[in-house]
Design a binder for this molecule. Sequence first.
Ligand code: SF4
Ligand code: SF4
Length: 373
Amino acid sequence: MAAIPALLPSTAFRDQLRRRGGESAARCYQCATCSSVCELAPAARPFPRRQMLLAQWGMADQLAADPAVWLCHQCNDCTVRCPRDARPGDVLGAVRSLAIEKLAFPGFLGKLVGAARLTWPLLLALPVLFWVTLLGLTGRLTPPAGLEAGWAYDALVPHSFIYAVYFPVAAWVILASWVAGRRFWTALGASGPRSGSFLGNLMPALVEVATHKRFGSCGAARPRKLGHLTLLWGFVGAAVTSGLLIVGMYIQHLPMPLALDHPYKILGNVSAGLLIVGAAILVGNRLGDRKAAGASSAFDTFFLSVVVLVIATGMVVELARLAHAPSFALSSYILHLGFVLCLFLTFPYSKFAHMLYRTLAMVHARMAGLEKR
Ligand code: SF4
Ligand code: SF4
């Protein structure tokens, strides 16, 4: 006789889910309308009806290892059709935020960012305070006297300071993401057998991420797809520009700051434009049809707020330099550096981490034959 699997319902998990905006799970009466309308669910393993049941029972471990939780794009096609207003799209969003916290390395940082409703002022203020302290201790809290028009930000905050802070932070983020990603991958493996190579399945998954093709098949979230995609390409462009600037400075020995018509500068400004448009669409979407857009938890709002602050201060920084206003530029730059640091440091613990987990879930789905084709 086959062993009966252990059921480990958790009342603590149900309480946490309620606090994260998943309280509507209790209203679900398992009619399966949601699973039948979901365009992303494979016929062999439909979701989200089953996940609603697991959420009602408080089955935290099963949900943390369930690829369906991440294959859901929170398009809310199911939410707008649910006859009980159980909001399955939002419930899965709340489950994802708890999964990020559960998988986080180290766990206390996951809890700190997970409690964004209480901790977001601290998470934003500490990195800014760090830069104020560093520049204060090195006598750089005021711009050097006699700056002439055409100065570069290196005159205010030397590049060596930027590298000394962000390279170790990047290494830490990669380590924390790798440990959490491994935990998730191992948990996914327990949910069913996989075949094929990881890399061979990673490439098509990345193409899917880059085009958001499947997201486009959802009905209620078309505007969100556009905002999401624009923001993604804005981030990619900003990352490529940063790399090119390093090449430009140290290999090509280009004079800084670059002229506005230099290709690297154009790429940077186009990327900034994409980030602005993407963030505006997502914020506008949140303020529009609330049911189709989904509930805004503190966890979601924190991430979107940090992105908006990074973009806004980045624009001010560029305009302040062009306007030759060094004091204002330095204050704006300190805020910008602090918000960028916050964005990087919270990557493995905030909604930003969905890039990692969703990609792994998509690779797993391909390898486990769970992908909707
Ligand atoms: S979430 Fe709504 S649509 Fe889905 S099974 Fe429950 S009651 Fe039915
Ligand atoms: S939110 Fe969209 S992708 Fe997620 S389960 Fe509902 S219909 Fe499917």
